[in-house]
Design a protein around this ligand. Structure first.
Ligand SMILES: [Zn+2]
Length: 231
C-alpha cells in the first residue's frame, strides 16, 4: 500500500500537463522467467509492472498509471526503457473553447457527433494510434459536410456544397481538401502520419468546425444584441 503522503509527478488530463499527484494505491509486480539452463547457469529475462492509483493535487482528478519495463528492452546505455500508460489514456490537447457549454449559449452540443468524435481522435492521438486519428479526422470532416449540406454523392461535390452554401471560403476549401487527403492516404496508400501532422490537421479541422457550427450562430446572436443605428 502507498503512503498517502507520497507525491509523484504524473500527467493530469484535466490540468493538461504534468502535475503533482498523491499516490492513493500502488502495486509492484516483478517477474522473472528462465529461458535456458546450461553448464554456465540459468539464463533469465525479467521485468516489472507497477500500477498506481493517483490523485492530482491540483484538481483531484483520479487516474491509473501503469509503468512497466522488460530486461530485453534497453536504451543505448543498457538501461531498461520504462513504458508508461495511463487509464484513461493521457491527453494534453485542450478541447476548443467553443466546445464547452456556456450560460446563455444558443447552440448546445449535447449528444452531437462533433464532441464525441473529437474526443475519440484526441484519445487515439495520445495513445499513439496516429493512423486511427487521421482516419477519425477524415470521418469527422466528411460527416460535418453531409450534416450541413446533405450527401452530394462525392467528396468533391460535398466540399463544393459547403463552399457554395457559404459555410467556408475558398482558402478553407484548399485546407479542408489537404486535411481530408491525410486521412485518404492513411487508409488507401499506407501513409504513416506523424503526431505533428495530426496536430496540424486537428488545428485546421477545429477551425473549420468553428466556422461551420459556431461562428455564424454567434454572429447572429451578437447582431440581435447590438442596438440598430438611428436613421
Ligand atoms: Zn489536475
Amino acid at each position: 500500500m502507498a503512503d498517502q503522503d507520497d507525491v509523484v509527478k504524473a500527467h493530469c488530463n484535466r490540468c493538461k500537463g504534468e502535475t503533482n499527484h498523491h499516490v492513493l494505491f500502488e502495486l509492484k509486480e516483478p517477474w522473472e522467467e528462465v529461458i535456458a539452463e546450461d553448464e554456465h547457469g540459468r539464463h533469465t529475462i525479467g521485468g516489472q509492472e507497477d500500477f498506481e492509483v493517483l490523485k492530482c493535487c491540483g484538481c483531484d482528478n483520479i487516474t491509473v498509471r501503469n509503468r512497466s519495463w522488460f530486461s530485453d528492452d534497453i536504451d543505448y546505455n543498457g538501461r531498461p526503457v520504462a513504458r508508461v500508460r495511463y487509464y484513461p489514456p493521457a491527453t494534453s490537447r485542450k478541447p476548443p473553447e467553443w466546445l464547452q457549454a456556456h450560460e446563455g449559449d444558443i447552440f448546445l452540443w449535447n449528444d452531437h457527433f462533433v464532441p464525441k468524435l473529437l474526443h475519440q481522435i484526441y484519445v487515439a492521438l495520445f495513445s499513439e494510434c496516429l493512423a486511427l486519428a487521421a482516419m477519425g479526422i477524415r470521418a469527422l470532416l466528411e460527416r460535418t459536410m453531409i450534416d450541413k449540406c446533405g450527401d452530394q454523392g462525392s467528396f468533391e461535390a460535398n466540399l463544393k456544397a459547403l463552399r457554395d452554401q457559404g459555410f467556408i471560403g475558398e482558402k478553407q476549401v484548399d485546407a479542408l481538401r489537404d486535411t481530408l487527403e491525410l486521412g485518404h492516404a492513411t487508409i488507401h496508400r499506407n501513409f504513416d502520419p506523424s503526431s505533428k501532422e495530426i496536430l496540424l490537421a486537428l488545428d485546421i479541422t477545429e477551425a473549420i468546425l468553428a466556422a461551420v457550427y459556431v461562428h455564424a450562430d454567434q454572429a447572429a446572436a451578437l447582431k440581435k444584441r447590438i442596438p440598430p443605428r438611428s436613421k
